[in-house]
Write a protein that binds this ligand. Structure first.
Ligand SMILES: Nc1ncnc2c1ncn2[C@@H]1O[C@H](COP(=O)(O)OP(=O)(O)O)[C@@H](O)[C@H]1O
Ligand SMILES: [Mg+2]
Length: 281
C-alpha cells in the first residue's frame, strides 16, 4: 500500500464538460487479506468507449463488479450516474451488463428469446409476465445484433458467437446509456469477434457509453477511444496508441511488447522474457 505509481498520460480531456458517468477515486478492493485492486482512480465520461485490459487475475472483473455495486471497496469512492455504486436502484435501468461467465446454464431448456426477455426484468419486475411491448423490444434488440432468427432456438444449442450476440441483445433490451461487457468475445472466433466489436462501435456512434474488458488487445485498439490497463493498480490509461506502446504495458504482462502499425491495424508482438528481468512489486 502507499506505493506511488506512474500513470501514462491522463484520461482524455473532458471535451463535453459533462458529469462523469463512472468515477472511481482511490479505490481499494480486498477479498479477505488479498488486495485485488489498489488505489484505482478512473473516470469515464458519457460517450466514451473504453477498453480495460490486463493479464488474468489482474482484477478486471472485480473492477467491473465494483462499478456495478456488486463488490464494496474497503477504501475509496465509486460513483455511477453520480451516485455511490452500491446505492443504485432506478439507475440500474440505465445500465446494460454482459457478464464474463455465462449466467445461463446451457442445459437449461430456455430459448434465445427468453434469455433476451430476461433483460427486461429490471423494468418488468420478476412477478409480472412480459408484455407484448417487452417482447417487441426483445425482438428488436435481437434484430439489432443480427440474431432475430434465433428467437425460438434453444440457447444451449447456439454457437459461441451467436450466444454472445444474444447476451448483448439481452443487455440492449434495457436500452442502456451505459453498456458494460466483461470479455464478450472469449471463446468466439475471429470473425464473430469483429462482428461484436463492430456492433459496439455502432452503439457508440449512437451515443452509448461503453466499457469493455478484453483480451483482444490488437482488436480493441481499432475500436475504442481509451484503454485502461489494470494489474491490481491502474497501470496506464489513455488513448490506445499512447498506452499500447508503453513500457508499462510490457511491465504489466511481464514481457517485451513490440508495437507497430501495419496500415491502420496495430499489431502487438509479445515476447516472453526471463522472469527475473521483470521488476516485481
Ligand atoms: N469473490 C471473490 N472472492 C475471493 N477472491 C476473489 C473473488 N473474486 C476475485 N477474486 C480474486 O481476485 C483476483 C482478481 O480476479 P478477477 O477480478 O476475476 O481478475 P480478472 O478478471 O482480471 O482475471 C484473483 O486473484 C481472484 O482469485
Ligand atoms: Mg475476468
Amino acid at each position: 500500500m502507499g506505493t506511488t505509481h506512474r500513470v501514462v498520460s491522463t484520461a482524455p480531456a473532458r471535451e463535453t464538460g459533462a458529469e462523469p458517468i463512472i468515477e472511481l477515486r482511490d479505490v481499494t478492493v480486498a477479498f479477505e487479506d488479498q488486495i485485488v485492486l489498489e488505489d484505482v482512480s478512473f473516470t469515464v465520461y458519457p460517450g466514451m468507449f473504453v477498453a480495460i485490459i490486463g493479464p488474468n487475475g489482474a482484477g478486471k472483473t472485480t473492477l467491473i463488479r465494483t462499478i456495478l455495486g456488486l463488490v464494496k471497496p474497503v477504501k475509496g469512492e465509486v460513483r455511477v450516474f453520480g451516485k455511490p455504486a452500491w446505492t443504485l436502484k432506478e439507475e440500474r435501468k440505465r445500465l446494460g451488463y454482459v457478464p464474463q461467465i455465462l449466467s445461463v446454464d446451457l442445459h437449461f431448456p430456455i430459448t434465445a428469446g427468453e434469455v433476451v426477455l430476461m433483460g427486461r426484468y429490471a423494468r418488468v419486475g420478476l412477478i409480472r409476465r412480459p408484455s407484448s411491448e417487452d417482447v417487441r423490444i426483445a425482438r428488436e434488440a435481437m434484430a439489432r445484433v443480427g440474431v432475430e432468427g434465433l428467437w425460438d432456438k434453444p440457447f444451449g444449442k447456439l454457437s459461441g458467437g451467436q450466444r454472445q450476440r444474444v447476451l448483448i441483445a439481452r443487455a440492449l433490451a434495457n436500452t442502456p446509456e451505459l453498456l458494460v461487457l466483461d470479455e464478450p468475445t472469449t471463446g468466439v472466433d475471429v470473425a464473430a469477434t469483429q462482428t461484436v466489436y463492430s456492433l459496439l462501435r455502432e452503439f457508440h456512434a449512437e451515443g452509448m457509453t461503453i466499457l469493455v474488458v478484453s483480451h483482444d488487445v490488437g482488436v480493441v485498439a481499432n475500436f475504442v477511444d481509451t484503454v485502461a490497463c489494470v494489474n491490481r493498480r491502474l497501470v496506464a490509461h489513455g488513448r490506445p496508441h499512447e498506452v499500447l506502446g508503453s513500457e508499462e504495458l510490457a511491465q504489466m504482462y511481464g514481457c517485451d511488447v513490440a508495437y507497430f502499425h501495419h496500415g491502420r491495424v496495430p499489431h502487438i508482438v509479445v515476447e516472453p522474457v526471463e522472469r527475473e528481468e521483470v521488476a516485481s512489486d
